[in-house]
Design a protein. Structure first.
Length: 148
C-alpha cells in the first residue's frame, strides 16, 4: 500500500516537473521578469525625463512640485494624470517597438525574396549532363578498381 502511495507522489512531482519545464511556462516567466524591469525603465523615463521636460511650466504655474500632489477638494487627480501619462508613454514605446520589429520582418522577407529570385533555375539539360558525367566517372572508377 505504501509503495502505491509513493508511486502516486512520484507521478505527481514528475507531472509538475514536466509542466514547469515546458517551454511556454519558462517563456512566460522570462517575459514577466523582463516586463517588470521594462516597467521600471518606463516609470523612470516618465518621472525623471518626460514629466519635468513637458509638465514643468504647467506645474510651476499651478505651484506644484510633483504631478502626484495635484489635488482639488481632496480629489487626487494628479495621481490619475500620472497614471494616464504613464500609460500613454508605455503604449507609445510598445507601438514603436512593434513597428520597428514589423519593419525589420518586412525587410528580411524582401531580402529572402531577392535571394530566391537571384538564384536562377537550373537548366534541366545541364543537370542531366552533370548527372551523366558523374555516373560515367563512378562507372570508370568501378571498372578500374575491378581491373586491379
Amino acid at each position: 500500500m505504501v509503495r502505491n502511495g509513493r508511486a502516486k507522489t512520484g507521478g505527481f512531482f514528475r507531472d509538475f516537473r514536466d509542466f514547469a519545464l515546458k517551454g511556454n511556462v519558462v517563456d512566460l516567466a522570462v517575459a514577466v521578469i523582463i516586463g517588470g524591469a521594462f516597467g521600471q525603465i518606463v516609470t523612470s523615463f516618465i518621472e525623471d525625463i518626460v514629466t519635468p521636460a513637458l509638465l514643468n511650466p504647467a506645474m510651476e504655474a499651478a505651484g506644484v512640485e510633483q504631478i502626484e500632489s495635484l489635488t482639488f477638494n481632496g480629489i487626487r487627480y494628479g495621481s490619475f494624470l500620472a497614471a494616464v501619462l504613464n500609460f500613454v508613454v508605455i503604449a507609445f514605446v510598445i507601438f514603436l517597438m512593434v513597428r520597428s520589429i514589423e519593419a525589420t520582418r518586412r525587410r528580411l522577407q524582401r531580402q529572402e525574396t531577392i535571394v530566391e529570385e537571384a538564384v536562377p533555375e537550373a537548366d534541366p539539360a545541364i543537370v542531366a549532363q552533370e548527372r551523366l558525367v558523374t555516373s560515367l566517372d563512378r562507372l570508370t572508377q568501378t571498372i578500374e578498381t575491378r581491373s586491379l
